[in-house]
Design a protein around this ligand. Structure first.
Ligand SMILES: O=C(O)CCC(=O)C(=O)O
Length: 332
């Protein structure tokens, strides 16, 4: 039996069908609209291997680079002690730009959040403490992108890497809030990086707040870069986890030195330098960003992913490409 298409019942079914169709169409259009917006607004700054803002001026001549050079004494201190600190990186205006950038990207709802390699709102294993730690923000804000090419940074890095060209590895943020900032346990950076060889890496830590003993500044164990490679402890776990891997002689030489720095100033350390930082129980925050580099010619030591979301570089191949820009080459 056929239904009568002109019946009121059939007409109301037809109306409901049209309403559902319209609804789905609108949802569809909205979803496409959201995707379209996301696609157009997220800019991955890793595509740009040069400065994209006017935050820093690139020196145009050999003479113009000179003011950024470390002295021979500073370079000698790095080799002897494993670190050199008190290097001016940023002026007040640059600090303000980076603090504002930081404020924005701390929000996990930031539109470019997916570009982080890692994002830990709280990496601390101590339930009463907070340690914000992330990697990959150079891809997200112009400020954190351009600090990679800061002349004061690249010139010092070049000198400390035995005058070799400087290639970017990755960046990090370590932020401790006032009152309940968590520790960064004693560690050597290279103990987490053996997936890249040879060991010709370097770390630069720059404060966005004045860093003091009270708010959890970085501490070094001078000369520990001569101890060889130790096992890697949990980074934001037990402060003294590394002690299990030390000889009695190393334990006796374990004399932490606080690296107090005014905001905008940096400290550079060797990849085997034992370092860490204590809690922040003061009423001031302690925010800092870290730049990790290696000498050009460093190769991948794994077929696995080197950083989350970054296409693998097959073992034995040179570290280069979109995610690992060359930052400084005196020959160019
Ligand atoms: O900011 C901190 O307290 C730790 C930094 C660190 O581990 C590093 O610079 O390698």
């Amino acid at each position: 039996m056929y239904s009568d298409v002109s019946s009121p019942q059939c007409y109301s079914h037809f109306l409901i069908f049209i309403m559902i169709l319209t609804l789905f169409h609108r949802i569809d259009v909205e979803i496409i609209g959201i995707n379209y917006l996301t696609m157009t607004e997220i800019k991955d700054l890793a595509e740009k291997h040069r400065m994209v803002s006017d935050m820093f001026k690139l020196p145009k001549s050999k003479e113009a680079w000179e003011p950024y050079r470390l002295t021979d004494e500073q370079v000698a201190h790095f080799h002897e002690e494993g670190y050199v600190s008190g290097i001016k990186m940023l002026n007040e205006a640059q600090i303000t730009v980076l603090r504002n950038d930081l404020e924005e990207i701390l929000d996990p709802k930031h539109q470019a959040h997916e570009l982080f390699y890692e994002f830990h709102s709280n990496e601390s294993t101590d339930l009463d403490s907070v340690l914000f730690h992330s990697l990959g923000h150079w891809r997200i804000t112009e400020g954190f992108h351009d600090v990679l090419w800061n002349p004061a940074f690249v010139m010092a890095a070049h000198q400390l890497l035995d005058s070799k060209p400087v290639r970017f590895w990755h960046d990090q943020l370590f932020c401790k809030p006032a009152k309940h900032g968590g520790v960064v346990a004693w560690h050597q950076d290279y103990s987490y990086w053996t997936r890249t060889i040879a060991m010709q890496h370097l770390t630069c830590w720059t404060g966005l707040d004045d860093a003091t003993v009270e708010n959890g500044c970085l501490h070094y164990i001078p000369k520990s870069h001569k101890w060889g490679l130790l096992d890697a402890p949990e980074l934001a776990g037990d402060m003294n986890g590394i002690m299990a891997y030390l000889t009695e002689e190393q334990k006796a030489a374990f004399k932490p030195v606080p690296i107090e720095l005014k905001k905008g100033y940096a400290t550079f350390h060797h990849p085997l330098m034992v370092h860490g930082s204590y809690k922040n129980e003061s009423n001031r925050s302690r925010r800092a960003f870290v730049l990790n580099v290696f000498a050009d010619g460093t190769i991948s030591n794994t077929d696995d992913e080197l950083l989350a979301g970054v296409p693998p570089i097959p073992k034995g191949n040179k570290m280069e490409g979109k995610f690992f820009p060359l930052l400084f080459d005196a020959e160019i």
